[in-house]
Design a protein around this ligand. Structure first.
Ligand code: XIL
Length: 363
């Protein structure tokens, strides 16, 4: 028997005659694949304690995601609990997790009013801007060449605080004054001119009074930053949505348009859909979560300035909305806020994401 006869006699030989389309159908549909077919990025947040213990989580990450963001490890309070003693070992492990699964990393967050070291308040009071210069410079220098997409300032707007321009009454505003936000972007660009620097914010999606006020204030802030020439690349829209709060597609679409018209890109950075208000059966809850995902994603992905989307985790099992300190549901069931359930089975939310990527215009 020669080689050709041998090959023809093999059981798989008939397969070669199958039409190409049958082969195509066997290719696994993945979120990163569907997104990247449209020029979009898909990724998720992770923390070391989750990836350390769960092979299924690691496998799902490497199959489904093109990017990762540290859920916890890159926050200032974790890195520099004691002043001058910076410890990057925890966030470095996220970066090595990323490189072993071929994931891009988003840096998050350089400046945020939460998870701060205790010493920061006093240091800002006596030394002023030097304190944030040192932190931003050291953080960005440490990750130079490894991280190019950064949330430089996170959640600086809070209309309820009653400050001029709805700026959050944070330690940064109190000790550095209202121009600290523009300064953070300048400091970041000096440390690493190659980065995409984002302003990241929550509460920008619903059609109710708090989100309406925050949208207006964020637009005003972004317009001001642009007019001052601050080196800002885009707006990160967190996307912590709640089923039951109103969503108006045209209101959200015009907000995205206005952001894009300022010359900014947009990233959905922390999507999850809180179902704490729902009392229905599990399958009905899942359907309503997916329905809200579809409404939100249809508008978001239709806007060409939107470059990608990260969910705040993959599985309900590890969501911050199910952590022991943040039990968001009172009936003892898990909040079903993410694309995978606790066994890593795909839920209707996963299919809503897949369909939305499929329908999105190509970038
Ligand atoms: C949350 C994490 O999920 C928690 O594990 C941590 O305890 C606190 O921070 N907006 C943000 C994220 O920008 O960093 C927050 O992440 C969720 C809200």
């Amino acid at each position: 028997m020669n080689r050709r006869q041998l090959l023809a006699a093999l059981p798989g030989a008939a397969m070669t005659a199958l039409p190409l389309v049958a082969e195509a159908q066997t290719v696994e549909r993945t979120l990163k694949g569907l997104a990247s077919a449209k020029g979009l990025l898909y990724g998720a947040a992770v923390a070391n304690w989750q990836s350390d213990r769960d092979a299924l989580l690691r496998r799902t990450f490497s199959r489904q995601c093109a990017a990762v963001v540290p859920e916890w490890e890159m926050k200032w309070g974790i890195i520099e609990g004691t002043r001058g003693q910076r410890n990057y070992s925890a966030p470095d492990r996220i970066v090595s997790f990323a490189s072993s699964h071929r994931l891009a990393v988003r840096g998050h967050p350089a400046i945020w009013h939460r998870n701060l070291p205790r010493w920061v308040d006093g240091a800002l009071k006596t030394e002023g801007e030097t304190v944030i210069v040192e932190h931003i410079r050291d953080l960005l220098t440490h990750y130079k060449g490894k991280i190019t997409s950064w949330d430089i300032v996170n959640e600086a707007i809070e209309p309820k605080d009653g400050q001029p321009d709805s700026l959050r009454n944070s330690v940064f505003l109190r000790h550095l004054g209202p121009d600290y936000i523009a300064r953070c972007f300048e400091i970041a660009a000096q440390a690493d001119p190659g980065i995409q620097a984002f302003y990241n914010e929550y509460g920008l999606y619903h059609n109710d009074a708090p989100d309406t006020a925050r949208r207006a204030a964020v637009l005003k802030l972004l317009a001001k930053l642009k007019s001052q020439g601050a080196p800002i690349y885009g707006l990160g829209i967190q996307g912590h949505l709640t089923v039951g709060r109103p969503f108006n597609p045209s209101t959200f679409a015009s907000f995205l348009r206005e952001v894009a018209a300022l010359g900014l890109k947009i990233m959905i950075t922390e999507l999850d859909i809180d179902d704490r208000r729902l009392t229905q059966t599990i399958s009905e809850r899942d359907r309503l979560v997916a329905e809200m995902a579809t409404q939100f994603l249809t508008v978001a992905l239709d806007e060409r300035a939107v470059e990608g989307l990260l969910t705040w985790g993959l599985s309900d099992k590890y969501s911050w909305l199910n952590s022991t300190t943040n039990q968001t549901r009172t009936d003892g069931t898990m909040n079903r806020c993410l694309p995978y359930d606790e066994k890593f089975d795909r839920k209707p939310f996963w299919f809503a994401l897949a369909d939305a990527f499929n329908r999105a215009p190509r970038r």
